[in-house]
Ligand binder design. Sequence first.
Ligand SMILES: NC(=O)c1ccc[n+]([C@@H]2O[C@H](COP(=O)([O-])OP(=O)(O)OC[C@H]3O[C@@H](n4cnc5c(N)ncnc54)[C@H](OP(=O)(O)O)[C@@H]3O)[C@@H](O)[C@H]2O)c1
Length: 278
Amino acid sequence: MILVVGANGMLGRDVMTLIGAAARGIDIEEIDITSLESTDRILKTLKPKTVINCAAYTDVDGCETNTETAMQVNGEGVAHLAMVSREIGARLVHISTDYVFNGSKGSPYVEDDAPCPLGVYGLSKLAGEMNASFNPDHLIIRTQWLYGLHGKNFVETMLRLAKEKDELSVVDDQIGSPTWTVDLAHAILALLKTGHRGIYHAANSGFCSWNSFAKAIFEETGLLTRVTAMTTDALNRPARRPLYSTLDCSKLKHDTGFEPQPWRSALKAYLNIRSNNY
Ligand SMILES: NC(=O)c1ccc[n+]([C@@H]2O[C@H](COP(=O)([O-])OP(=O)(O)OC[C@H]3O[C@@H](n4cnc5c(N)ncnc54)[C@H](OP(=O)(O)O)[C@@H]3O)[C@@H](O)[C@H]2O)c1
């Protein structure tokens, strides 16, 4: 059995759907990964062969003020999962982020590049990566700019704001790869099937700025909302973000044969499914 922790989250829900009957999902109502006692009890009762950790404290700006919670969920929580999964002989799959990098490399990051987080979220996720490796049978999958049907995300924010305003100002100096949670779920399963260990990068291919992403969302949905450019500095959010944190996913393709589709076609597929869901 594959245990998906954080199964009610945006990624967790799509991972559950893709795995189907072999998956058992749990979330905060049943397990609190910040508690070793809770993690130990649940994992030893359910005895999974694989644990996929999609649980996290994902509020990037909130992490700057709630440092303790960030470190407890994203750092210590992963240590608990690693300790207990190792004890019961289960493999641990852990999801991490491009925010472990500072974005100053100037070209796509490979798995071996030195992390250097700019904020508390990235720091806590880096602690989680280190802790995950306490279980030798681990997979750490870094991804970025996620959107999907089951959570707050940039696509939904843009579509909501477009109902309220004719013109939106969106940052054009942060570059990344918008990634559909369904494609990431396929990458996770491809890695699980091939039995690889270690760190992998997984994101939809190609890259853009948030500004170009917003324009693409409106083009694909036929909305006439105007998109103007602004800088990250002008937006003045509490957490610093990497300006260029595109992930090189060639190791994923080389080792599994799976290559996530280009971000624009993923966006089209998402909007198509979304329009049938609302
Ligand atoms: N979203 C992105 O753009 C993005 C980008 C790069 C990487 N990632 C990573 O991808 C993974 C999935 O992200 P996501 O956006 O799907 O996250 P999400 O929607 O915020 O889901 C996370 C889930 O974890 C649960 N959770 C929080 N604290 C917990 C605890 N102590 N014990 C058990 N469960 C707990 C949350 O419950 P509550 O909702 O009740 O708190 C939620 O259901 C995370 O590791 C994240 O760091 C995300």
